[in-house]
Design a binder for this molecule. Sequence first.
Ligand code: FAD
Length: 346
Amino acid sequence: MAMADVTIYGAGIFGLSVAWSCARRGATVRVIDPYGPGAGSSGGLVGALAPHVPEQWNDKKAFQLDSLIMAQGFWDEVAQVSGHKAGYARLGRLQPVADDAALALARQRTQGAAELWQGMAEWRVRPRGDLGAWAPESASGWLIEDSLSARLHPRMACTALVAAIRAKGGEVLHEGAAQGRVVWATGVAGLEEINAQRPRAFGNAVKGQAALLRLDRRDCPQIFAGGALVVPHADGTVAVGSTSERDFDDPSQTDAQLDEVLARAEAAVPALAGAEVIERWAGLRPRARSRAPVLGSHPLRADEFIANGGFKIGFGMAPKVGAVMADLVLEGRDAIPDGFRPEASY
Ligand SMILES: Cc1cc2nc3c(=O)[nH]c(=O)nc-3n(C[C@H](O)[C@H](O)[C@H](O)COP(=O)(O)OP(=O)(O)OC[C@H]3O[C@@H](n4cnc5c(N)ncnc54)[C@H](O)[C@@H]3O)c2cc1C
């Protein structure tokens, strides 16, 4: 094959999205990951693409909105080029409203969404009784329904991206030499490598545990209730997540904390009752000190780039992360928000 224009280390959602975004613009790409695609945090179960609340607007929320809006076109193109679906669908999200104060706030946010989401999606407050058997319990009798949230299947998404990259003549390898410009999208390993060279921590791992149920609700919206995320997937499963652990002994083990998340989900969503748990999974989220994605020049490697810090929203951010990194790496065009630069985590 021709020499690569861009080499990307790391075949998680960030590395694969950057590689795909470069490949679709005509660049020859090489992705190298010794452990294979989806070996890290991106090989999980949940795949909720959900917005922050529509208020106190900032660069991060604006970037996330762009990315969520871009997602349909991004995943449609990946499916068309690769012949593989990512399990993407924008089916919205339901959240219970606890009491009168929360109801007033939810209604206020309807106004916020009308303005800040620019007519591209809605945030509505609806009586639970209007929303059918899938709806979660609600102490107030009301639910928030947004039409911006979407879901994808993390493993199907990684498989589809690998196939799309290869269809454009790119390589996804376990080992090989770097050619052309170099991007490091190595998740937690990449943050730890930077930590070792800096006086204070640049980022850290936050463990998460999730489970998969056999239950076909593929046309239903995701639910955030009882502190748990419940995400119906295209393949007739429902994911339930997640714990958030700064301290842990074993990054890959699941334990009683996951049982507790499952119990909360079942209490909040009666429709989950009796569904069989078919997988339990744990992984490490890459969290930068800034809590935002880390995009731009690599802090340690002159003339090389970094795409890291996906933390809890890496899949939702991926389409726009890919686009701005392709702008930077291929064209030298820098559209990265200041809060996403490595300096924000120093
Ligand atoms: C339980 C849980 C639930 C989550 N739920 C959601 C959700 O609902 N929605 C959402 O958007 N996000 C969610 N996330 C977060 C999301 O999974 C992460 O933000 C995302 O996967 C980070 O992607 P990444 O590519 O940066 O890292 P990773 O997926 O970890 O990829 C890094 C890759 O780098 C490779 N690597 C390491 N060292 C090297 C090296 N030296 N050379 C080459 N390759 C190397 C690794 O093998 C790995 O494949 C969740 C995470 C967890 C743990």
